[in-house]
Design a protein around this ligand. Structure first.
Ligand SMILES: Cc1cc2nc3c(=O)[nH]c(=O)nc-3n(C[C@H](O)[C@H](O)[C@H](O)COP(=O)(O)OP(=O)(O)OC[C@H]3O[C@@H](n4cnc5c(N)ncnc54)[C@H](O)[C@@H]3O)c2cc1C
Length: 487
């Protein structure tokens, strides 16, 4: 039995904690914030409830696989509903495409937009399903230790797809710009622009159109509380308001963590906090990656978020609504190529109270608005206000209703908050992008090369950004810790 100290309580830490406790270790989680869940914390105000971070529950099979490892099911902890419609996408005033809950209905929506497109969509989705079976059922469960993990007879047949991009593949088949942006949207969850994301990642399109969009009652935070219940039932000790200030190393071994000024001895340290930050907790000689290394990496976007309470129900919006009425390319360019605040931002809005009455008091609506931004931009209160005004004006015009005067309150969260709340590098929202050069063994390693008993997990490691990958990351790192006989 080892004494294992885990830094942070995001999904990857919670997953790893359960696996490590089940294997018989004494596991303690140290979380700097007052509540657990990391980027998936919850905000409650005036009877409204908001997920602060993730809102899309995709890839239900991964959650099932996680709980099954403990002979449990998601429904033992939270109630899941498949959303219909899954989401809608606005392209102009009262002009939107709705994506429903079955592939057949989605084909009809495509046909309405471009006759003949459903045949192309079927072909695209066959490939996407094939990639899903290869990637999500197998490859992502490999720990990124060696390049050989990716070399299998099936991946060899797909090699071309690693060197083509989602953008190219989608454009080969589809000419309609609206359908193109709908098909490019799912890979945005992987953190890079579609023209820099390998075509092999079309498995995200299968997750979208093939598996669908789900909603856990009371929001994504109920997954956090479910995982907490599971971890605690296995004996994990969860401590909040515990800031890990240093990792002490003796020889090539981490001997203790310093938490709120107190030195706590440990056998193993596992960090689910942002990788760059974790390395700053070590003396320089024990850090693996230089500042120049991090500077060169492609980070997933940061975001400007608003959590808004409305005093009335809103019309013409779904639980998930995307606003793609402005140039997609221009916005992605200012995120990745020439970082600056976008002139006319794309934005996403979620109204959980459309399908879940626990999200807002009766007759009222909870709204979450998200504008993706380049990490590291200047974040000042005046800009937040300016952008709120900008998107509300567009929102009113596009959905043809007054909303500004019904705002009871709004809270914002942006780059500076990502840094202060999570010690996030440049305020990134969801880690390191999954580009070709930042995939699998090319990502920051789960195990430190310099400190024998120091491990990492989470969205900056393998497999990458998102809640399902975080669960997998926790499992992978727990496996490496268990297998390591030298600890
Ligand atoms: C706005 C937003 C929207 C998103 N939308 C989606 C979505 O819809 N669907 C989806 O699947 N994914 C989404 N994601 C991504 C997903 O939320 C993340 O990939 C995932 O939650 C990351 O989990 P993690 O375990 O890597 O780490 P984190 O959640 O970042 O947890 C790290 C924890 O470490 C703690 N910590 C940091 N430093 C210290 C320290 N020194 N001492 C103690 N504790 C420390 C932090 O406080 C934090 O709690 C979204 C993310 C954001 C931010």
């Amino acid at each position: 039995m080892k004494d294992i100290s885990i830094i942070g309580s995001g999904f990857s830490s919670l997953a790893a904690a359960s696996y490590l406790a089940k294997a018989g270790n004494k596991v303690t989680i140290f979380e700097k914030n007052a509540t657990i869940g990391g980027r998936a914390r919850q905000l409650k105000r005036e009877g409204f409830t908001f997920d602060i971070g993730p809102t899309w529950y995709w890839m239900p099979d991964i959650f099932e696989r996680f709980f099954a490892d403990f002979n449990k099911k998601p429904e033992d902890y939270y109630q899941l509903t498949k959303l219909n419609p899954a989401y809608s996408v606005y392209f102009g005033k009262n002009d939107f495409i709705t994506i429903e809950d079955t592939f057949e209905k989605i084909c009809i929506a495509f046909e309405n937009e471009e006759p003949g497109s459903s045949v192309k969509l079927q072909k695209f989705m066959d490939e996407a399903l094939d990639n899903y079976n290869i990637a999500i059922k197998d490859l992502v469960y490999r720990p990124g230790v060696s390049p050989l993990e990716l070399v299998t007879p099936v991946t060899m047949k797909k090699i071309g797809q690693f060197f083509s991009t989602i953008s190219k593949e989608v454009r080969k088949e589809f000419k309609n710009p609206r359908l193109i942006s709908i098909l490019e949207f799912p890979v945005l969850f992987l953190g890079a622009k579609p023209s820099n994301t390998p075509a092999f990642y079309s498995f995200m399109n299968y997750a979208d159109f093939g598996l669908g969009t789900f909603h856990p009652k009371n929001g994504m935070y109920s997954v956090v509380t479910g995982m907490k219940t599971l971890a605690e039932s296995l004996g994990v000790d969860m401590k909040t308001n515990q800031n890990v200030e240093r990792i002490l190393v003796n020889g090539k071994k981490a001997s203790a963590v310093v938490v709120n000024g107190e030195t706590i001895a440990t056998d193993v340290v596992l960090s689910g906090a942002d990788y760059h930050h974790t390395e700053t907790l070590l003396d320089k000689t024990y850090r693996q990656y230089s500042e120049a290394y991090w500077q060169k990496k492609v980070f997933a976007p940061s975001a400007l978020l608003f959590y808004v309470g409305f005093s009335k129900k809103l019309n013409n919006v779904e639980h998930h609504t995307l606003f793609f009425d402005v140039d997609f390319q221009e916005h992605t360019n200012v995120i990745y190529d020439t970082p600056k605040w976008p002139e006319e931002p794309l934005f996403y809005a979620s109204f959980p109270s459309k399908t879940d009455n626990s999200a807002a008091p009766e007759g009222k609506e909870a709204g979450i608005f998200l504008i993706p931004l380049a990490p590291g931009l200047d974040d000042i209160p005046e800009l937040r206000e300016e952008y709120f005004e900008k998107i509300m004006t567009r929102f009113e015009k596009l959905t043809q209703q007054e909303v500004k005067k019904y705002v009871i309150f709004k809270e914002s969260f942006c780059i500076n908050d990502f840094v202060s709340a999570y010690n996030s590098y440049k305020g990134n929202a969801y880690g390191l992008a999954n580009t070709l050069m930042q995939t699998a063994f090319l990502r920051p390693k789960l195990k430190s090369k310099k400190v024998n008993n120091l491990f990492f997990t989470g969205q900056l490691t393998v497999p990458g950004p998102g809640v399902p990958p975080a669960l997998i990351s926790g499992k992978l790192v727990a496996g490496l810790i268990q297998k390591n006989k030298k600890l």
